[in-house]
Design a protein around this ligand. Structure first.
Ligand SMILES: NC(=O)c1ccc[n+]([C@@H]2O[C@H](COP(=O)([O-])OP(=O)(O)OC[C@H]3O[C@@H](n4cnc5c(N)ncnc54)[C@H](O)[C@@H]3O)[C@@H](O)[C@H]2O)c1
Ligand SMILES: [Zn+2]
Ligand SMILES: [Zn+2]
Length: 361
């Protein structure tokens, strides 16, 4: 029998979000219903509300979530009712050309639930990133549920579902940061700070945080930055070079998503170094670079979707490292809020007051 729960929708472009009754169907084959315990507020939810992702309103927002599996449909064997899970937006297919080449983190055919969640009048909802977890319960593909140690707090575990994984993975998976490397991170929000924490975990010797907001640079130090640069006051390329013997950093991670910060990353990188773009640009943005510099400086220019993570491999591993005190995922939770507080939380995120507000149920 379909269930009625409370959830937060974005009804139309730039309209305030609101709490509505959501109809959740019983799980069909390969699907699961998950009782949500916590869900973080991500910049991507704000992009959805602003119409920056697509026009498929109304959206059921929320995608950085953890909870307990309530019921599963036919053929589901990897998770069972009662399992504590983190939701992911990369349920890999195992069949596409990326999966068959042994690179499932590039999977081109990831799964979401087939059935639709709706409003009471039958209006179909588009769940953010195929998840929609600003709701007491949500319907997902079973492969979107990754079992982790139930001892960890849901508010902390859920953050691995998007931004924190994207940042850590940008450093350790995409950037392949190694012991002794110098790393610079441009943009120190939730994603950039996670890249800093990931670089520390990987053994980077020097970690340079760049932001335009001194409050963000203070937090970046707590996450592992060894040096900070306020790029409103100082030229970040000159500053990063000065801090790396005049050479530039081995790996530069761009976590803003703008052409000017990408250019800074490009020129603040050592010869043969790596640039990782994890910030998400908007469609009208263009990049202009001398092709001779792209060639002459060598190395690699990479982009990182979801930190090139494989949820089944990376979520349990990072929860273990968190439990052992080797990475502090709890430091990303600035505040916990209720389902009715999301509009205000977007405002605080926009003003740079929080790393993550997390809705707890
Ligand atoms: N690639 C992925 O899979 C993925 C996943 C989640 C989020 N993201 C993207 O990562 C980016 C960052 O997300 P977030 O949640 O950390 O956002 P955020 O708003 O919390 O952080 C952005 C930070 O960039 C700083 N900043 C802004 N302009 C700057 C500039 N010109 N120079 C230096 N710093 C500047 C801000 O002060 C802020 O600290 C967004 O574009 C988001 O959409 C990507
Ligand atoms: Zn695939
Ligand atoms: Zn997100």
């Amino acid at each position: 029998m379909a269930q009625h729960v409370q959830g937060v929708i974005a009804p139309g472009k730039n309209e305030p979000v609101r709490v509505e009754t959501i109809v959740i169907p019983d799980p069909g084959p390969g699907e699961a219903v998950v009782k949500i315990q916590a869900c973080g507020v991500c910049h991507t939810d704000l992009h959805y509300k602003q119409g920056g992702i697509n026009d498929e309103f109304p959206f059921l927002l929320g995608h950085e979530a953890a909870g307990v599996v309530e019921s599963v449909g036919d053929g589901v064997t990897d998770v069972a009712p009662g399992d504590f899970v983190v939701l992911n937006w990369r349920a890999v297919c195992g069949q596409c050309r990326a999966c068959l080449r042994g690179r499932p983190w590039y999977c081109f055919d990831t799964h979401n639930a087939k059935q639709k969640m709706t409003l009471l009048d039958g209006t179909e909802l588009s769940p953010a990133l195929g998840i929609g977890a600003f709701a007491e319960k949500t319907l997902v593909a079973a492969g979107q549920c990754t079992k982790v140690d139930p001892e960890v707090s849901p508010a902390v575990a859920g953050l691995l579902g998007c931004g924190v994984m994207a940042g850590i993975g940008a450093a350790i998976n995409t950037g392949q940061v190694g012991r002794g490397d110098s790393v610079a991170v441009i943009g120190c929000g939730g994603v950039g700070d996670a890249a800093i924490a990931g670089a520390r975990l990987a053994g980077a010797a020097k970690i340079i945080a760049v932001d335009i907001d001194d409050r963000k640079l203070e937090t970046a130090k707590k996450m592992g930055a060894t040096h900070t640069v306020n790029s409103r006051a100082d030229d970040p390329v000159e500053a990063i070079r000065a801090l790396t013997g005049g050479n530039g950093a081995d790996v530069v991670i761009e976590a803003v998503g703008r052409p000017e910060t990408y250019k800074q990353a490009f020129y603040a990188r050592d010869l043969a170094g790596t640039v990782v773009l994890v910030g998400v640009p908007t469609p009208e943005m263009q990049l202009e670079l001398p092709l001779l510099d792209v060639f002459g400086r060598g190395g690699s220019l990479k982009s990182s979707w979801y930190g090139d993570c494989l949820p089944s491999r990376d979520f349990p591993m990072l929860i273990d490292l968190h439990q052992q005190g080797r990475i502090d995922l709890g430091a990303f939770v600035t505040e916990t809020i209720g389902l009715g507080d999301i509009e205000q939380a977007f405002g605080r995120m926009h003003d740079g007051d929080v790393l993550r507000s997390v809705v707890v149920f």
